[in-house]
Design a protein. Structure first.
Length: 152
């Protein structure tokens, strides 16, 4: 199964802003690609609590899986910002890493509408068996706090 990993932070305004778009993507993919794709929101910052995640899910009506990134997926794929997206093949290969779309082009600067839907395009290309191009884009958002080696 393809996996879409979305790295989030509950207090990041850009994450909050993107959540409604991500909810729509999840709903579309559930209909378009039933059983082929799983979307998971990971909170990589070590200070985030389960309560904050539950509040985030409630406030933004998230019905896809959310959890603390205790396994270090953000480090495995090389994510550095929230929100940032990764697409992983059923074989475990990272085929896309970067922004969800280009709504934000700098911190605090955004367009009224995105010009490109990078993550959606990557998913469409990958599931169709095509090469994902571009496979990397620059995410704009809040920096991920790196974990300490002594944390779970």
């Amino acid at each position: 199964m393809w996996k879409v990993l979305i790295f989030l932070a509950p207090l990041c305004p850009i994450c909050q802003d993107y959540t409604f778009y991500l909810n729509a993507l999840h709903e579309h993919w559930e209909e378009q690609y039933p059983g082929q794709l799983e979307m998971v929101g990971w909170f990589p910052n070590p200070t985030v609590t389960d309560g904050q995640i539950a509040t985030f899910a409630d406030r933004y009506n998230v019905d896809w899986s959310l959890g603390r990134d205790t396994m270090g997926w953000s480090e495995v794929v090389g994510a550095q910002y929230t929100p940032e997206a990764a697409l992983v093949s059923p074989e475990g290969e990272l085929v896309y890493l970067g922004r969800v779309n280009d709504l934000y082009y700098a911190l605090g600067k955004h367009r009224s509408k995105p010009k490109s839907a990078d993550l959606a395009l990557a998913v469409e290309q990958a599931i169709a068996g095509e090469l994902v191009d571009p496979s990397r884009t620059d995410a704009i958002g809040c920096p991920i706090e790196r974990r300490f080696s002594s944390q779970d």
